[in-house]
Design a protein around this ligand. Structure first.
Ligand SMILES: Cc1cc2nc3c(=O)[nH]c(=O)nc-3n(C[C@H](O)[C@H](O)[C@H](O)COP(=O)(O)OP(=O)(O)OC[C@H]3O[C@@H](n4cnc5c(N)ncnc54)[C@H](O)[C@@H]3O)c2cc1C
Length: 512
């Protein structure tokens, strides 16, 4: 199983490629719904819609689990990252209660899927803990505690936490859970196909002709559909939602511990900024401590390797580690007002939908999306429709700053040809390294592979021309503005970009 980064995640290990049903040619076929993206959102939504009697195609550009679902940490939470206290301020108490209800229903759906389909994915119900480590955090924690209780989510103070880390005050949130995410979506994908759904891997959607019946261009031909759902984590193309969702990267290690009794029995979160998160997963008889943190805005950290070093050093302060078996990083999108955007895609016909802006709560939000979108498409209405509507216009504190932050766009087009030798000497990069260099007034993104071969691409992101930065840990060119990502040779890894970076053909070059 492949993922959109060079590091191998715990969820890729031992996962062979998904073996789906034999496919017929899909060109010119008609579906009730085409879902773009085969992560947890696309697969879950596809299954619910197919079971509800719709004919559904899931089109995945690479392989299922290729996106952030393959690089998650799979805490299953009944709360959002922006706590209920803040949601009450932003949306009112009734809406915050509705968020709590949506989270609960989403958790129930995950459990029901696992029970109904007998999925072996290491699912376990555990409590969650948030802990404060100084007096300032204690005050914040008291607010968080009050917010949970206002929406009836029933949390309690706790005198212990499941991690070996000093704390001052803690709360316990019952009814959380954990699982192995790619085993879960592989099993759901099988059920989707069994129910008559069509799952196409290596099928990139490139354009949509918008009409009552949509003509969807893909790398496997044009498909016709009554409805389309972008389950691509962030919608492709240029959309208002790109200015309401900020891309962030988070780092994870999965470690084997010297003492079996040290593995945390629960989910744990500190209150630092960025915060650390911990849990345990057993995979094929082996326990792993999964620890995450060191988050930063995408492409705003020059030394991504150092993020792993800091995370490892932090965990080693508290745990005796036998081996760091896996380490990886991945990307998420923070919504400006704290809630995901699920529903009609702004600026497009009523039959086009989207689910994005999950922050770090994508397991829960993906199932909220599956329920909400299924209700809208099948029954014309969902009780969560207005709450998560991408068209909501809610001026909240911080929005202007967010727009400023998200809009650091720079134009950067390349023309002409360049000498390989000159670029090589300017760049002075070692094998495995990359750099954006200035040459004769142009910016050029160079990567030297392990065999010493130089790869040159334009650093102008094909989304809206921001300049990409090198992510050394995952060996990708990442865009700081809206989170598009490209491999070293310019191939698109992550939306919103639809097109590869412009390749600069060095072998045909002449001396300048
Ligand atoms: C390090 C990290 C830890 C996290 N931990 C947690 C956690 O503990 N709990 C939690 O709830 N959430 C967590 N999250 C968030 C969660 O993992 C994500 O929100 C979730 O996986 C997103 O799923 P998705 O299906 O929407 O998107 P993705 O999994 O990214 O899937 C999108 C898919 O769309 C495909 N695609 C893109 N463009 C096209 C196209 N044009 N045509 C066809 N296909 C296309 C991609 O190839 C990809 O496979 C974490 C995130 C990170 C980064």
């Amino acid at each position: 199983m492949k993922r959109d980064g060079a590091c191998i995640s715990l969820w890729q290990a031992g996962m062979s490629d998904y073996k789906g049903q034999q496919k017929n040619n899909i060109a010119n076929k008609y579906f009730d719904v085409v879902i773009v993206g085969g992560g947890i959102t696309g697969i879950t939504t596809g299954l619910l819609l197919q079971k509800a009697g719709k004919t559904v195609l899931v089109a995945e550009a690479r392989n299922i689990g290729f996106g952030t679902t393959g690089g998650t940490t799979a805490h299953l939470n009944s709360f959002m990252e922006v706590h209920f206290t803040q949601l009450i301020k932003n949306f009112g108490e009734d809406n915050a209660r509705l968020v709590a209800k949506a989270c609960r229903q989403s958790m129930d759906l995950i459990k029901k899927n696992i029970e109904d389909y007998g999925i072996d994915c290491g699912y376990g119900e555990v409590a969650g803990y948030i802990y404060a480590q100084d007096e300032k955090q204690v005050k914040e924690l008291d607010d968080i505690f009050e917010g949970f209780n206002k929406v009836g989510a029933g949390v309690s103070p706790s005198t212990s936490i499941p991690v070996r880390i000093p704390f001052v005050r803690a709360i316990e949130i019952p009814g959380q859970a954990q699982f192995h995410p790619t085993r879960y979506i592989y099993a759901l994908a099988k059920e989707f196909e069994k129910a008559g759904g069509v799952l196409m891997e290596n099928c990139r959607v490139t354009a949509v002709e918008e009409n009552e019946i949509l003509a969807i261009s893909s790398s496997q031909g044009t498909i016709r559909s009554k409805n389309l759902v972008y389950a691509t984590h962030i919608p492709p193309g240029v959309n208002l939602l790109h200015f309401r969702c900020a891309p962030y990267r988070s780092y994870v290690i999965a470690a084997k511990l010297k003492n079996e009794s040290d593995y945390p029995q629960g989910l744990a979160y500190d209150m630092q900024d960025p915060y650390h998160y911990f849990r345990t997963q057993e995979v094929d008889g082996q326990f792993y401590l999964i620890a995450g943190g060191e988050d930063h805005k995408t492409a705003h950290e020059e030394n991504t390797e150092a993020c792993f070093t800091r995370l490892e050093a932090y965990v080693k302060k508290f745990y005796e580690i036998e081996e760091i078996a896996f380490r990886w990083s991945s990307q998420y999108f923070n919504p400006v007002d704290g809630l995901a955007y699920i529903g009609h895609l702004p600026g497009h016909p009523q039959n086009m939908f989207v689910a994005t802006g999950y922050g770090g709560i994508g397991m829960t939000n993906s199932h909220i999306a599956a329920m909400t979108l299924t209700d809208i498409i099948v029954r014309g209405k969902s009780e969560f429709e207005d709450l998560f509507s991408p068209n909501r216009l809610k001026p909240v504190a911080g929005f202007n700053n967010f727009v400023k932050e998200a809009a650091d766009v720079v134009g950067n087009l390349i023309g002409g040809v360049f000498s390989r030798e000159k670029l090589q000497s300017i760049a002075e990069i070692a094998p495995g390294e990359a750099r954006v260099v200035k040459y004769e007034g142009h910016a050029i993104a160079l990567y030297k592979d392990e065999n010493g071969e130089l790869h040159a691409v334009s650093p102008a992101c094909t989304h809206i021309k921001c300049t990409v930065g090198w992510n050394a840990a995952e060996k990708s060119w990442d865009c700081p503005c809206h989170g598009s990502r490209f491999s070293y040779d310019g191939t698109v890894l992550t939306a919103p970009a639809r097109k590869d970076l412009e390749i600069i053909q060095l072998e045909e070059l002449v001396e300048h």
